[in-house]
Ligand binder design. Structure first.
Ligand SMILES: [Fe+2]
Length: 245
């Protein structure tokens, strides 16, 4: 007979194994993320208490919805830094952007009017349902403009029907994959979780992001950090978050 209480309890790590988060919506009032400075401070406090030491926040830039510019984002960043300093939050805060691949994006890229992450990574997203017709051309254009294309949450695109084939093709095109941590808990549904696990098993993940828009997405992170799926990521993937320190 086996006495279950004699079984050694598995040790769980409940903090990230890196210090930098590179995808979030902390600047208040400029996209669908934080709605007020008060909310932003709550989110930042939560990130600091999880063990992050630096966040690179990435407001949406989308021609039809969020017409942010490097200037509006950097102004917002200044306000956020000041409020965070006054609140005594111990976090380095930087900003870049999350670019939606639309016609507006091509024009910005041509002008070189883009905000990128350290290392010249350019974070981009697409529609969840329809694969952009010109996606390969746009990825190529990002590379030929001197930036490294980083796809936000590849696991969330419903148009990916053949994960091995389609993700491998993006990798051939030089795309870095930033998977959302909360995808591993099923926060975005079964399809996103299955694809996140697939990318993890295939060793295709380069960066892990919080993509925090609101408090619940901070609160669920510690459960992700304690999960087996999270521990498994580090067996097959080389996570590059701390190259952005
Ligand atoms: Fe995002």
């Amino acid at each position: 007979m086996i006495f279950p209480f004699f079984k050694k309890k598995k040790e769980k790590i409940e903090v990230p194994r890196f210090r930098v988060d590179l995808h979030s919506h902390f600047i208040p009032g400029i996209d669908d993320g934080s709605k007020s400075m008060e909310e932003s401070l709550l989110l930042l406090k939560g990130m600091a208490s999880l063990g992050y030491t630096k966040v690179i926040t990435t407001p949406h830039i989308m021609a039809d919805a969020y017409r942010n510019t490097p200037r509006s984002i950097l102004e917002g960043l200044e306000g956020l830094r000041e409020a965070s300093r006054e609140a005594g939050i111990d976090l380095t805060i930087e900003a870049a952007a999350e670019y939606y691949l639309d016609d507006g994006f091509e024009a910005l890229l041509e002008k070189g009017d883009v905000l990128t992450l350290k290392g010249d990574y350019l974070l981009f997203e697409t529609s969840y349902f329809a694969k952009p017709m010109q996606i390969e051309e746009m990825i190529f254009a990002i590379g030929s403009s001197g930036y490294k294309p980083m796809m936000a949450h590849p696991e969330r695109y419903r148009y990916v029907k053949d994960p091995l084939e389609e993700y491998s093709r993006f990798k051939e095109l030089g795309v870095f994959f930033q998977v959302n941590l909360n995808s591993f808990s099923g926060h975005y549904g079964k399809d996103a979780k299955a694809k996140a696990d697939f990318l993890s098993q295939e060793g295709m993940i380069d960066f892990l992001g919080s993509d925090v828009h609101h408090k619940k997405q901070v609160d669920t992170l510690s459960d992700v950090f304690a999960s087996d799926a999270y521990a498994a990521i580090f067996e097959k993937n080389r996570i590059l978050n701390d190259t952005l320190l």
